[in-house]
Ligand binder design. Structure first.
Ligand code: XCC
Length: 645
C-alpha cells in the first residue's frame, strides 16, 4: 500500500475548467470531495480488483491466486472461474435491483394516479393508449383512468407472476432475440423472482458452473432492461409526457446568485416534477426573502429526466456532484435514489445547504428527511421548496463562487421525437430516411454513448473522446445518463458540435434539422436518463423489424467510457443480450478468470461459449478511448459487411 497517496491536480481530475475551479475552491477551504477520496484510496485490493475475493460465507473471506503461488481454491472448493462469475453476478444483481425498484415505484404511482389517490395527471394519453395496445389490454369504451389502472397492474404483474414471461418482454422484447433467450432458458418471469433466484444461486453451495452463472448475469440484464428501463420510460412518459425537442443549459454556471437554488438529484422524477411545479407556485414567496426567483437545477439522472421534459438546466454529472454545494449558492439539494454520494452531507455542513433525503430506504445521517409518497407528493414538494426559501437568509455571500459561462444544448430526442422529424421526409415510413442513410453509408453506424462519470477517471475525457472519434467517422451518436452531461458540456448537443462530424453525417444532421425547426440536429441525440436506455433499443428494434433482421445484425454499438455504477454493467449486459457490442472503459473486475474474460469478450469464432457466439454481441474492455472507438468501428464494419451494405 502506498504510504502517501498522490493527490491529482484539478487539471488532472476533469476536462471541465469549472470543475477544476471549484475543486480548487473546495481544497482551499479544506473541503474533501470524491476526487480527493479517490486519490486517497488509489491503492486498490488486487484480489477484489480481479474478482478473486469471496465473501459469500463465513468460512471466508477467501482470497485466491489462480496462477501464482497462493491458494487456488476457496475453503469450499470454488475455483477462480466460479468466484469471478459470482462476483460479476453480484454486481449485476445490484444493477438490476436498482432499476427494477425504479420501475415498480413508478408503476405504483401510476396506479395511485389512476385510482385518484395521487395528485398527478396523465400527460400523454396517446402513449397510454399505445402502451395499453402493446400489452393487449382492452381500451375500447374505457376511461383514461381505467386504461391507466390496467397498464399499472400489468406493470406490477412483472414483479408478481410465477409463470410465463414478463409482460414488458412480451410487449417490447425483440422477437428474434426472444427466440435465443427462450432457447437458453434465461427469459425472466418476474423481476423479484429472478433477483431472488440470482441471490440464491450465488450463495455458498449454490451455482458453481461459471458459464451458467454468466447466463444468470444475462438474465439480470434482461430484468434491468425490461422491468427497469422499458417499463420506467413507458410509464414516466405516460405520467409526465413523452420528451420532445427542448433547450437547456449545462454547467455549474446554471446556479444563479440572485435566486434561490434547489438541486434535484437521483433518478426518479416523481417528486422532482412536483418540485418544479411548486417552485413556480411559490415564486412570489421567494421575492419576500430578497431573492429574484427560484432556480431548479439538475444533477445526475433526475436532472436528465427534468431537462428532457421541462428544459430544466443541468449543473453536474455524478463525479462532481459535491461541487454544486461548494458554489455556496445552493439552498437545498433534494435527493431520491441511486448515485447519491454520502459525501454531500459533509460538504453541505460547511455551508448553509440543506441536504434533503426523500425515500425511506435512502437516508443520510445528518440530513433532513422529508418523506415522499406519491399520495402526498404536493405536501412533500411544498415543504421542500419552503425550506429552501427559508435557507436563503442563511447564505453567506462571502462564500459564493459561481463559475461563469454555460453551454446551450438541445435534448428531448425520444424515438417519437426522432420519428416526428424523419416523418417529414417519409410520412408513411418514418424510419426509412435513417435506414437509407445507414444502407448507403451516410451513417456508418449508430452508437449509444452512455453511462457515468467516475471520480477515479479524468472527468469527461473518455465520454467526449469516444463520441468525437465516432462522429468523425460518421457514426450517429445517441446518448443518455451522465455521459450525456459530458457531451452537452463540450458542444456536442448544439450546432458547434457539427465540426466534430464526418461530412456525410454533418449533411444529414443539417437536412434533418430543418424539419425540426433547427439549423441542424445536434451530433449527439440526448435520449434521457439511464432508464431511458430503453429508447436506443426501441429505435434499433424498430429498424431491425423494418429490415427483418435481428438487432444483432445492425451496425450498432454501445459505449460506457467512464462508468462507476453496477447499473451501467447491467444495462450493458442487456444490450449484449440483444447482440449489441458494448465497450466499457473501466475495469469490470473479471480479470481473475480467463474463462469468464473469454466468455464475455471473445469472438464468435473463438473456441468455447462466448457472448458473441450466443447473442451476436460482446464486451469490449479498453481504457484508451481512441483505441476503444477504433475497436467499435471495426465491429460496425464487420456487421455492415455481413449485412451486405
Ligand atoms: Fe449514476 Fe444515472 Fe451513472 Fe450518472 S449515469 S452516474 S448510474 S446518474 Ni446513469
Amino acid at each position: 500500500m502506498d504510504k502517501v497517496a498522490k493527490i491529482r491536480e484539478p487539471e488532472e481530475v476533469s476536462k471541465d475548467t469549472q470543475v477544476q475551479q471549484m475543486l480548487a475552491v473546495a481544497r482551499s477551504r479544506g473541503i474533501e470531495t470524491a476526487f480527493d477520496r479517490a486519490d486517497q484510496t488509489a491503492a486498490r485490493c488486487p484480489f477484489g480488483s480481479a474478482g478473486l475475493c469471496c465473501r459469500s460465507c463465513l468460512e471466508g473471506p477467501c482470497r485466491i491466486v489462480p496462477n501464482g503461488s497462493g491458494p487456488r481454491r476457496g475453503v469450499c472448493g470454488s475455483d477462480a472461474d466460479t468466484l469471478v462469475a459470482r462476483s460479476l453476478l453480484n454486481t449485476m444483481i445490484q444493477g438490476a435491483s436498482g432499476h427494477a425498484e425504479h420501475g415498480r415505484e413508478v408503476a405504483m404511482a401510476l396506479l395511485k394516479t389512476a385510482e385518484g389517490k395521487a395528485p398527478y395527471v396523465i400527460r400523454d394519453v396517446g402513449k397510454l393508449m399505445r402502451v395499453a395496445k402493446g400489452l393487449n389490454l382492452e381500451t375500447e369504451g374505457k376511461s383514461i383512468n381505467e386504461v391507466a389502472k390496467a397498464v399499472a397492474l400489468a406493470a406490477l404483474e412483472d414483479f408478481q407472476k410465477h409463470e410465463g414471461v414478463m409482460n414488458w418482454i412480451e410487449y417490447r422484447g425483440h422477437q428474434k432475440s426472444r427466440e435465443i433467450w427462450d432457447k437458453l432458458g434465461i427469459t425472466p418471469v418476474n423481476a423479484h423472482l429472478e433477483i431472488a433466484k440470482a441471490v440464491t444461486r450465488n450463495a455458498m453451495g449454490g451455482d458453481a458452473d461459471p458459464v451458467n452463472l454468466l447466463l444468470g448475469s444475462v438474465t439480470m440484464g434482461l430484468v434491468d432492461g425490461y422491468s427497469g428501463l422499458h417499463l420506467s420510460s413507458d410509464l414516466q412518459d405516460i405520467l409526465f409526457g413523452t420528451p420532445k425537442a427542448v433547450k437547456f443549459n449545462y454547467s455549474l454556471a446554471v446556479l444563479d446568485e440572485k435566486q434561490i437554488n434547489i438541486a434535484v438529484h437521483g433518478h426518479i422524477p416523481l417528486l422532482s416534477e412536483k418540485i418544479v411545479e411548486w417552485a413556480r407556485i411559490l415564486e412570489r414567496k421567494a421575492l419576500t426573502v430578497g431573492a429574484e426567483g427560484i432556480n431548479i437545477v439538475g444533477v445526475c439522472c433526475t436532472g436528465n429526466e427534468l431537462l428532457m421534459r421541462q428544459g430544466v438546466h443541468a449543473a453536474s454529472s455524478f463525479s462532481s456532484q459535491e461541487l454544486v454545494i461548494v458554489t455556496g449558492a445552493l439552498e437545498a439539494m433534494v435527493v431520491d435514489i441511486q448515485c447519491i454520494m454520502p459525501g454531500i452531507q459533509q460538504v453541505a455542513e460547511c455551508y448553509h445547504t440543506e441536504i434533503i433525503t426523500t425515500i425511506p430506504h435512502v437516508k443520510i445521517s445528518g440530513a433532513t428527511h422529508v418523506n415522499f409518497e406519491p399520495e402526498y407528493a404536493d405536501d412533500a414538494a411544498r415543504e421542500i421548496v419552503e425550506r429552501a426559501i427559508r435557507n436563503f437568509a442563511k447564505r453567506d455571500p462571502a462564500k459564493v463562487v459561481i463559475p461563469g459561462g454555460s453551454v446551450e444544448a438541445h435534448a428531448g430526442f425520444s424515438v417519437e421525437q426522432i420519428c416526428e422529424v424523419t416523418a417529414k421526409i417519409n410520412a408513411d415510413k418514418p424510419l426509412q430516411p435513417l435506414i437509407d442513410a445507414i444502407k448507403d453509408g451516410t451513417i456508418r453506424g449508430v452508437a449509444a454513448v452512455i453511462g457515468c462519470t467516475n471520480p477515479r477517471e479524468p472527468q469527461d475525457i473518455g465520454n467526449v473522446t469516444v463520441a468525437r472519434e465516432l462522429l468523425k467517422n460518421n457514426v450517429l451518436i445517441v446518448t443518455t445518463g451522465c455521459a450525456a452531461h459530458s457531451l452537452a458540456k463540450y458542444g456536442l448537443m448544439n450546432e458547434d458540435g457539427l465540426e466534430a462530424c464526418g461530412d456525410s453525417l454533418k449533411a444529414l444532421l443539417r437536412q434533418l434539422g430543418q424539419h425540426a425547426g433547427l439549423s441542424a440536429l445536434p451530433p449527439a441525440l440526448h435520449m434521457g436518463s439511464c432508464v431511458d436506455n430503453s429508447r436506443p433499443l426501441d429505435l434499433l428494434s424498430a429498424i431491425a423489424d423494418e429490415l427483418d433482421v435481428p438487432v444483432s445484425s445492425l451496425p450498432a454499438v454501445g459505449s460506457c467510457p467512464e462508468t462507476h455504477s453496477p447499473k451501467a454493467l447491467t444495462i450493458g449486459t442487456y444490450f449484449i443480450a440483444h447482440g449489441v457490442d458494448v465497450h466499457v472503459g473501466v475495469d469490470p473486475q473479471v480479470s481473475g478468470s480467463n474463462l469468464v474474460t473469454r466468455t464475455l469478450t471473445g469472438s464468435r469464432e473463438d473456441k468455447g461459449i462466448t457472448m458473441d457466439g450466443l447473442f451476436g454481441g460482446k464486451l469490449i474492455v479498453e481504457s484508451d478511448p481512441v483505441k476503444a472507438a477504433a475497436m467499435l468501428l471495426e465491429r460496425i464494419d464487420m456487421k455492415r459487411k455481413a449485412l451486405g451494405i
